[in-house]
Design a protein around this ligand. Sequence first.
Ligand code: NAD
Length: 399
Amino acid sequence: MDTRIAEPLMKLTWTDPVTGARGYLVVHSLVSGVATGGTRMRAGCTVDEVADLARGMANKTAAFNLPVGGAKGGIDFDPKDPRATGVLTRFCEFLRPWLDSSWVTAEDLGVPQHLIDEVFATLGLEQSYHAAIRRSADPARTLRRVQAGLNAPVPGGQLLGDVIGGYGVAQACLGAANTWGWAVPETTVAIQGIGTMGGGAAWYLHEAGMKVVAVADAAGTLYDPEGLDIPALLELRDRFGEVDRGRLPEGVQSLPREAVVAAEADIFVPAAISYALRVDNENLVKAKVVVEAANAATTPEAEAALSARGVAVIPDFIANAGAAAWAWWLLLGEVGADPADSFLRLRTEMQAKVALVLAEWHLDRVPPRVTALRQAEATREARNAEASSPTGVPALMIP
Ligand SMILES: NC(=O)c1ccc[n+]([C@@H]2O[C@H](COP(=O)([O-])OP(=O)(O)OC[C@H]3O[C@@H](n4cnc5c(N)ncnc54)[C@H](O)[C@@H]3O)[C@@H](O)[C@H]2O)c1
């Protein structure tokens, strides 16, 4: 099928019989009968937001040449509410036919991977990649391989599955710095959000020697022009990605939440909410490049204004695609449980993509999103040509 259509294949709205919360599943496209995309939970989540995110997932799978379509789940509910796990469980239960056959989901804003896996286990579905795993030749073996990869320990006491998305964002930042010829220790970065994506990106940028001068969580911005002690701050996070303000290291300034947008830094990484950069605040950005870790972090109008004043925006479907791409490499058996293999593959692919889109930017000021969309389109056309060939699209093969 032609995945270029702007309208999604399906939008579904669910109402929780217990709390009245609304939940949405949007399937933008199916490839070989499968679509992939995480599930988010936040108060105020709308079906339009979920549809935007599902379209973004379809771009991500095309940009990274993954053999699946794009989808997204979203629930309009506060993830800190004690009833949140119950809401997520009933949402998944209702969507079981999709989760069983066609929709591979994972963590997203407000829903960590371990929580969605717990909910799947409660429902007897084992793991959130269930729809793909059950298609494999030996589902029990594939499940073991996937779990070994997700749970592989990495330095810093974290698990590979929890940090890989942030690692990819860090590689996008390092790739960008490289195209400008900036020395890493002299390059500064500000990060909005210090949860799964922002925290992972901060860790790997700090480890690479880049100066992380500002981070923000839902409670405010933490700033140190000399560079924050990221490992110490990450230790102070609660399970919602908020830093304990009572135990801040010396020299860290506490600023209002929005201050991170205006921080003096070469790179700005929005890694929290969608629509973080809008026409009413894009003029505050001092960075030369925005690396979108959050999905739909920049509105189209804000991106046009940023481009016009010479600020490049690396789009979400490139910068944050590490988690989704890696999950499929793992499912397809292209990487295993050794984190070094996964890091090498993601570093290579991410830096190559960033170099390509920024080459067009440096040469002719072509916005990185335009170049990346062209690339994704070329992949879709190749897929469509394959689909209309006498042999058709090959079935999804998971070893
Ligand atoms: N987790 C993934 O695998 C993944 C993959 C791709 C994209 N994303 C996208 O990255 C973004 C963040 O997801 P996550 O999984 O890291 O979420 P998370 O829930 O783990 O962390 C969110 C962080 O943002 C902070 N935050 C919330 N509202 C804020 C605000 N208004 N200002 C500043 N900080 C705020 C929170 O305090 C927390 O530190 C989302 O847009 C999500 O769609 C996530």
